[in-house]
Design a protein around this ligand. Sequence first.
Ligand SMILES: NC(=O)c1ccc[n+]([C@@H]2O[C@H](COP(=O)([O-])OP(=O)(O)OC[C@H]3O[C@@H](n4cnc5c(N)ncnc54)[C@H](OP(=O)(O)O)[C@@H]3O)[C@@H](O)[C@H]2O)c1
Length: 293
Amino acid sequence: VSEISVIGLGAMGSALARALVRSGAATTVWNRTPERGKPLVAEGATQANTIEEAVEAASLILVCIDSYPCTHSLLARSPASTRMFGRILIQLSAGSPNEAREAERWAQSLGAGFLAGAIIAYPAEIGRAEANIIVSGAEPAFRRAEPYLRKLAGDLQYLGPRVGAAAAFFLAQSSYGLGYNMGLIHGALICESEGIGVDVYGAAFNSTKAAMIGERTRRRADIIHRNDFANTGASINVWNDVVEQIRAQARDVGINSEFPDYVSALFKRAIEQGFATEDITATIKVLRNRPRR
Ligand SMILES: NC(=O)c1ccc[n+]([C@@H]2O[C@H](COP(=O)([O-])OP(=O)(O)OC[C@H]3O[C@@H](n4cnc5c(N)ncnc54)[C@H](OP(=O)(O)O)[C@@H]3O)[C@@H](O)[C@H]2O)c1
């Protein structure tokens, strides 16, 4: 009998299994392509011959394969599903909040506990202090799994019982990443078109600036959370002037302007709706398609 079974031994699943084995946890592994289990067996894992065996071997079943539909097709159509009663399924494959909710309902129908997690780390970081794993789902299940999840990620965040929260939080963080990367890319276009080295531009984002951006992000998220956009360092009007200058530069030198055009269109709507003197975050009011309670 193992403490935990790991299903899926791709780049990430192998890293998770390896961290568990190295931490001393009795670990059973299973992968569709069995060869991928060999290095883990060499380190002390037990390899199950079938997925049913893997499920039976432990009360905690950690899955990390391509997707939720893959997991469902693996578990639901095999006798493994009849062995899930009383076990806890920890789904660390990437998925949407809705997929997490559906999977929780399915696990509950089998009498199993369910946790959904999002890994914000590369395989090489698993088991280290900087590895970030976000988890949501029923608290008793989390408390059972927590000691093992802590072996995987020094930075473990539990977001509470709403099972879709981990996936939603991952998407929210990814959205932030998309935004700053698109800003970075347009900034690089400006530098290239004006003869400024993109390396010089990159070097300007030093640790002082990074700390400032972090502090402003927290402050702006708090403004949105409080839904109070009155106090501002720079209003939408001021930001609108900036975006129009960026668009003018693009026109002058003939570079692409899709990114500032998109932002400009949002600011125009915010100004039309009367938010010109409010904080830039008031733009969310033109994007919400239902009033905030
Ligand atoms: N790698 C990362 O940096 C990273 C970071 C965060 C999150 N993740 C997430 O972790 C999950 C796994 O990623 P990975 O990097 O380990 O991918 P990977 O190296 O491509 O491995 C994919 C795994 O899924 C299995 N698989 C795929 N389709 C299957 C099916 N129909 N039935 C059974 N097994 C199936 C593969 O089995 P075979 O070996 O038999 O093909 C393999 O174990 C993904 O959801 C990914 O988004 C990865």
